[in-house]
Write a protein that binds this ligand. Structure first.
Ligand SMILES: Nc1ncnc2c1ncn2[C@@H]1O[C@H](COP(=O)(O)OP(=O)(O)OP(=O)(O)O)[C@@H](O)[C@H]1O
Ligand SMILES: [Mg+2]
Length: 220
């Protein structure tokens, strides 16, 4: 199993947002979380990615417990996510937003960045090349130099996915990935998702408010 949730619970004051949630996701699987507003889908993602600590239970990722890990440690372990409320650097270009995701995976340290060593410059070019490929993959390469905040909503969602993929995750958690997209463009996302899953051996839990969308997207 790539990810196992074991009895995860989370309470906000008097509100039990998650109660004893257990499930498991295998490698290459697309797993859907479906529930009405306030069901706890986003909270589950927030506990998974270390935004909140669980009150009880734990996630086991590839055999290792994720309990009490900070968000950056969870990203480093290979879990990436998108946000229901898009979080991009609005004043940076689309390309720069993806390159930032890529930097989470690269070695060039502060010294290299300041001295602009040959290795650093080569790495920077490789990051840019790969980031452009990812923009191409989500279908917005033509917008690479546009300010992220100026992109239409659907393209901002695509950009978030490209940025998440730039960290080379083994598990990608998409929170309402098709929200605000036209039905046709959501379908394109699904095809791409499946291809990517099969190709990369990644798994993706997704939060979906609409049952039809969720069941159309997910294999389980
Ligand atoms: N930080 C927080 N503090 C207090 N209550 C919260 C917090 N985050 C979420 N909640 C509450 O927990 C419950 C679950 O919310 P959550 O956002 O996880 O639901 P959701 O399934 O993602 O809903 P939606 O479909 O609207 O995105 C809701 O009642 C929400 O108000
Ligand atoms: Mg939500």
């Amino acid at each position: 199993m790539l990810l196992e949730a074991k009895g995860v619970s989370k309470r906000f004051g008097g509100l039990q947002a998650l109660e004893d949630v257990s499930f498991s996701i295998g490698k290459g699987e697309i797993y859907g979380l479906i529930g009405p507003n306030g069901a706890g889908k986003t909270t589950l993602f927030n506990v998974l990615t270390g935004v909140y600590a669980a009150d009880a239970g734990a996630f086991v990722f590839d055999g290792a417990s994720l309990a009490r890990h900070a968000p950056h440690e969870i990203a480093r372990a290979g879990i990436a996510r998108t946000f229901q409320n898009i979080r991009l650097f609005a004043n940076l270009s689309a390309l720069e937003n993806v390159m930032i995701g890529r930097h989470a995976r690269t070695r060039a340290g502060v010294v290299g960045a300041v001295l602009r060593t040959r290795g650093t410059l080569a790495e920077e070019r490789a990051i840019e090349r790969r980031s452009l490929e990812l923009l191409d993959y989500v279908g917005i390469r033509a917008r690479a130099n546009d300010r992220a905040g100026s992109l239409p909503y659907g393209d901002q969602r695509r950009l978030e996915i490209a940025r998440a993929l730039a960290t080379e995750p083994r598990l990608l958690a998409l929170d309402e990935p098709a929200a605000g997209m036209k039905p046709g463009s959501g379908a394109r996302l699904r095809r791409e998702d499946r291809r990517r899953c099969a190709g990369a051996g990644a798994a993706r839990p997704q939060g979906h408010r609409s049952v039809s969308r969720g069941t159309a997207c997910c294999l389980r």
